[in-house]
Design a protein around this ligand. Structure first.
Ligand SMILES: Nc1ncnc2c1ncn2[C@@H]1O[C@H](COP(=O)(O)OP(=O)(O)O)[C@@H](O)[C@H]1O
Ligand SMILES: N[C@@H](CC(=O)OP(=O)(O)O)C(=O)O
Length: 781
């Protein structure tokens, strides 16, 4: 039984390495009986089209040059992929086929469709042989045996039977995309880009559960992600909008792709063969996802007005020119957008009923929810006019607009259009993990913040997580009643449940706000990034994880245009990360950061004057809830070590935690054993501190526990431990409990820049998380 039909386009088969990557995907994602539909490798079909054109122009020289080019390309792939025996047979076959093409060209008997079909035949044969070489049961299937058309109409019953007979249940079926046969067994093609259609056809004939279109982008975006960096990947797109985009010439899906799926439950996904871990776009039935906004560009098209267009004629024309066609009605007249290269064919086919209104135009179409269309029409026209691209022709339809211009829409203009048109009306889904003191205050503050944020974005809280239970409501949790909703609806969850819920969210943007102190939760960050979530962390673990993991997370975030804020992981709400980023962005270079980054240690050191034993202060702090449950966690200095590492990485340094020297604020013996043994030996701590304080006092200094990072002549030193602060200095004057950051830089060399204030506390920390959220939203706009 066919479970999944996979389709790999030319972009996924552009080199031997890509074939290998595709084989790995097949190894991981297919079972015996599944189908793999392939297109011609890279741009082979374009080359074959050029060959056909040269043949028609009787340009013998060009024909042989192109044949040589094809030979080289295929030969390289075969030589790089196949073992000597298989290689010999494959090269032999290729040689014979190319010789036949050359002979037919000479004898003037070349057939266009049969010529173009070679690209797909070569891909299927090579991939199947390569898979066999890897030990997989695989066979290549020529789709001309599967799909028959009569007068352009598919013979469904016959095709279904052919699929039942020829698709093997015991091996991987590598099927040629793009091609079919007519009743006389002549080759016909399904139109440029038509392998997507082959895949869904096969899926419907074989009753598959899913069709996966693997391509070179991660799914369907708001616009071409190669042209606009901030293009948004949509997790769900309705069939209607996908179809419209395809008809408007967008290459990500072929225009007929969706038709075989009508009245079926076959799932259709578009995903990346380059980044297999990345989340995909699912093309869902109408009503299963909200309508989105898209911009697609058009190049080199002519606008034709057609008199008396007959039913089915568009299908015939697109079959004739091998290209999708879009038509619309404006003021009662029917217009057709035709690739300029095919206008001649269309005009002659329509025998006097086609009038060329405008030629060689470019432009764009904006697909959008119908309520937005009128407003978008005005905005798009304005942007284009401001860019001196006043539309030559425009059309406003129920669910899209069309603007045709003289010059093409380059990346810069497309980015402008995208900024102005697409980034409005978007929604941000918030998932908050950690509902302790800070988490609860964050949610309380969120209801007030929401009004302010709504001016920029529609923001919804959709998920709340504790370590074992979660409340998930894709349409939004009512902030005023979250606690009662939690009581009634929170459910136990495993990691996979959480990831599935996030993957199903139908929002343009998602952010996971981690207010936990859990290392295990931070380990999920790469999975969140694969699901296109932005991150906000108060949690310090990800920022201080080993450098390889950390750098790979950063890379993945950057590749997906995702943002990560973690200001509250150091100094709670104090704007230390902002300040460091700002200084560096303005050209300054930081030479030294020193300070107290722990509210607990700040309170202990600043409160100590020798009148009360230090251990009493520790117990007092514990009772007031200032310390970790076991205060030795604070006294160990590890928390400050982590914070200093986060600051160091903020400066672009690639330190590891162990590169920061650490001396705890207690004698070594006290770190061992349970809490009772600490209490039994607390005198050791008191003696240790008293001795250090006396030592400091000799020079009129006081005890502080500090972190310090120095960059001098390219050398970095970092340490956390006891320091003696000179009376009157900022560090010595610290209000108990406050954090302080003393920053020296090129510009702040003699007189340091000092940031000081409460470095802990639920209100300020929650407010700091809000500041990160606000920053995120500003940057998404
Ligand atoms: N909205 C969009 N979303 C995704 N890709 C798009 C979009 N608009 C244009 N593209 C382009 O479509 C290309 C994928 O189509 P195509 O090259 O035909 O793939 P394949 O060879 O896999 O069939 C991408 O490389 C991308 O540049
Ligand atoms: N090879 C054909 C069919 C196709 O679908 O290709 P791709 O999957 O690379 O868009 C073409 O280039 O039109």
């Amino acid at each position: 039984m066919v479970n999944i039909v996979h389709k790999f386009g030319g972009s996924s088969l552009s080199s031997a390495e890509r074939y290998q990557a595709v084989a790995n995907i097949i190894l991981a994602h297919t079972e015996a009986g599944d189908c793999v539909v392939v297109s011609a490798a890279g741009k082979t079909t374009n080359t074959l089209v050029k060959l056909w054109q040269s043949y028609q122009q009787s340009d013998q020289q060009a024909v042989s040059d192109i044949l040589l080019q094809l030979d080289n390309h295929q030969r390289t792939l075969i030589e790089q992929l196949l073992s000597p025996t298989a290689r010999y047979a494959a090269l032999n076959m290729l040689e014979q086929e190319l010789a036949l093409i050359a002979q037919q060209a000479q004898q003037q008997s070349l057939q266009e469709a049969a010529l173009l079909a070679h690209g797909e035949v070569w891909s299927a044969r090579l991939l199947a042989t390569y898979l066999q070489q890897l030990g997989l049961a695989a066979n290549d299937v020529d789709a001309r045996q599967l799909f028959t058309l009569n007068d352009g109409q598919l013979l469904h019953q016959k095709n279904q039977q052919a699929c039942a007979q020829l698709i093997s249940a015991n091996s991987i079926n590598v099927v040629t995309g793009f091609i079919a046969a007519d009743c006389q067994a002549n080759t016909v093609t399904l139109g440029r880009n038509g392998s997507d259609y082959s895949a869904t056809l096969l899926g419907s004939y074989c009753n598959a559960q899913q069709v996966s279109i693997w391509t070179d982008t991660q799914g369907v975006f708001s616009t071409d992600p190669r042209k606009v960096k901030k293009a948004i990947k949509y997790s769900k797109v309705c069939r209607g909008q996908a179809n419209l985009l395809a008809r408007l010439g967008n290459p990500v899906l072929h225009a007929k792709t969706l038709s075989p799926l009508k009245n079926t439950d076959i799932k259709l996904v578009v995903r990346s063969s380059y980044e297999t871990e990345a989340s995909a776009t699912e093309i869902v039935k109408e009503g299963y996802s909200k309508a989105k906004r898209f911009i697609t560009t058009l190049e080199n098209i002519d606008l034709l007005r057609i008199d008396q267009l007959r039913g089915g004629e568009i299908g015939e024309l697109s079959q004739l020119i091998q290209h999708s066609l879009h038509h619309f009605i404006e003021n009662g007249d029917t217009y057709l957008l035709v690739p300029a290269s095919a206008t001649h064919q269309v005009v002659s086919h329509l025998q006097g009923r086609a009038n060329i209104i405008e030629s060689n135009l470019h432009g764009c179409a904006v697909v959008a929810p119908s309520n937005d269309v009128a407003q978008l029409f005005e905005q798009a026209t304005q942007v284009l006019t401001e860019q001196s691209l006043t539309p030559r022709f425009s059309h406003q339809d129920a669910d899209y607009i069309l603007l045709l211009t003289d010059q093409s829409i380059d990346s810069d203009v497309l980015t402008l259009l995208h900024d102005k048109l697409i980034n409005k009306g978007q929604e941000l889904a918030i998932i908050v993990a950690g509902l302790g003191n800070v988490g609860e205050v964050f949610i309380e503050q969120l209801s007030q913040q929401l009004n302010r944020l709504q001016h920029h974005f529609s923001v919804k809280l959709v998920g709340l997580l504790r370590s074992r239970a979660m409340l998930f409501s894709p349409s939004g949790i009512a902030l005023e009643q979250w606690q009662s909703q939690w009581q009634n609806e929170a459910i136990d969850y495993q990691q996979d449940d959480l990831l599935t819920r996030i993957s199903e969210l139908d929002y343009e943007h998602k952010v996971v706000i981690d207010i936990t102190a859990s290392e295990a939760f931070s380990e999920l960050y790469p999975a969140f990034v694969n699901l296109d979530c932005h991150l906000i962390s108060a949690n310090k673990y990800a920022g201080t994880a080993n450098n390889d993991w950390y750098q790979s997370l950063r890379r993945n975030l950057a590749e997906r245009n995702l943002l990560w804020r973690y200001n509250t992981s150091v100094g709670a709400g104090l704007p230390i990360n902002f300040a460091l980023a700002d200084l560096q962005n303005s050209g300054d270079s930081i030479t030294h950061i020193e300070g107290v980054f722990s509210g607990t240690l700040s309170w202990l050191c600043s409160s100590y004057d020798g009148s009360v034993p230090f251990s009493d202060l520790v117990l007092q702090a514990q009772q007031m809830g200032y310390t970790e449950p076991d205060p030795r966690e604070d006294l160990s200095g590890r928390d400050m070590q982590r914070k200093l590492l986060i600051l160091a990485r903020e400066l672009g340094l690639t330190l590891e935690l162990d590169d920061i020297a650490l001396t705890p604020l207690m004698p070594e013996q006290l770190a061992q054993g349970d809490w009772q043994s600490f209490l039994d030996n607390k005198q050791l701590l008191d003696d240790f501190i008293a001795e250090k304080a006396a030592d400091a006092a000799k020079d009129n200094k006081v005890l502080r526990y500090t972190g310090a990072l120095t960059i001098a002549e390219g050398k970095v030193t970092a340490k956390v431990g006891l320091a003696y602060a000179t009376q009157g200095d900022a560090l010595a004057n610290l209000t108990p409990g406050d954090n302080i950051f003393v920053i020296n830089s090129q510009w702040y060399s003699d007189n340091a820049l000092v940031i000081q204030g409460p470095g802990a506390g639920k209100e300020v920390t929650a407010a700091g998380v809000h500041s990160d959220l606000y920053w995120l939203i500003q940057n998404l706009k």
